[in-house]
Design a protein around this ligand. Structure first.
Ligand code: SF4
Length: 304
């Protein structure tokens, strides 16, 4: 097969594999360079107030035959890659909701086509982790599910409840501790502005309090995204929820970071939605990151 023919076929395969996501593929920030494997479409929970990602999408799991078909196509697409494909990310809002046996079968299929696989990652809801026994989590870890991305969002029960996250801060802590016990690496997503203006301080303080008890390898700190079809927008319209200004977002971020006493964790606030991009290791870079936020708080205060 000549190069033109290869490119044509690979393009066709990519379209076929990712068509069910309508060009909207969301992957955890630390995993954007992985190979993306569709396993679920939508989110089995789909009730978060702020989320518009999966509205009107009925949750569905792909059959093992469909997953294998996609793996064959991915193997073809990546056959000329200089580097071996070692890192995977399962697509969908919460693939860990799948039964453990099913996830193990998916891992077996991945190994069949990509024997060099180092880890399989995915977004995960906290309650999906809590529902799994320690034995199940160990089985998953042994099958390369050794790097997950948890939607923690906040440490405040009041805010989690308002945003209809369906879990408490205690659940957040329990899930992270469970992963630590079985030695599955995880990143924790945190949302600035999750409590709006009214609970901005509470969001920073309670989240820092929670995070100081755990050891993710990375904190992914993002600003709250206002999805056009998220029910939260109705609350914004009637004034029940006030979004943070850029200055308020920086102040919340400053308070959060200043209260963190974590060790050996990356603080990653480089999402394009953040007011400024900062990234560094805690505790080594804490002061320089705080300095950068302080400088920007000054700039934004002058603009007012
Ligand atoms: S935020 Fe995550 S868990 Fe909540 S509805 Fe959206 S995809 Fe599902």
């Amino acid at each position: 097969m000549d190069n033109t023919e290869f490119i044509k076929k690979a393009k066709k395969y990519i379209e076929e594999i990712y068509k069910p996501y309508n060009n909207k593929i969301y992957v955890p920030m630390p995993e954007t360079r992985n190979l993306f494997l569709p396993v679920t479409i939508g989110c089995s929970y789909n009730k978060c107030l702020y989320c518009g990602l999966n509205k009107n999408i009925i949750f569905k799991k792909l059959t093992l035959e469909e997953i294998e078909e996609n793996l064959k196509k991915l193997q073809f697409i990546t056959k000329n890659n200089r580097r071996k494909v070692e890192k995977f990310n399962l697509l969908g809002g919460n693939p860990l909701v799948l039964k453990t046996d099913y996830l193990v079968e998916i891992a077996r299929l991945i190994r069949k086509y990509f024997p060099e696989v180092k880890y399989i990652s995915s977004f995960s809801r906290v309650d999906d982790i809590i529902r799994k026994s320690y034995d199940e989590l160990l089985l998953l870890r042994d099958n390369k599910y050794n790097r997950l991305s948890l939607g923690i969002e906040s440490g405040s029960d009041k805010i989690l409840d308002f945003q209809r996250k369906g879990v408490t801060s205690e659940d957040n802590l329990a899930a992270m501790k469970k992963l630590e016990k079985v030695k599955i690496d995880y990143s924790a997503y945190i949302i600035l502005g999750f409590g709006g203006v009214k609970y901005s301080r509470e969001n920073a303080l309670e989240t820092a309090k929670l995070l100081n008890k755990v050891h993710p390898f990375e904190l992914v700190v993002v600003n709250l995204v206002y999805f056009p079809n998220a029910p939260l927008l109705d609350k914004v319209k009637i004034g029940e929820f006030k979004r943070l200004s850029p200055l308020q977002s920086l102040e919340e971020e400053y308070l959060l970071l200043s209260k963190l006493e974590m060790e050996n964790v990356i603080f990653n606030a480089t999402h394009k939605n953040n007011i400024i991009a900062i990234k560094g290791k805690l505790p080594e870079h804490k002061n320089s990151m705080l300095k950068k936020i302080r400088e920007n708080i000054k700039k934004y205060s002058i603009k007012l």
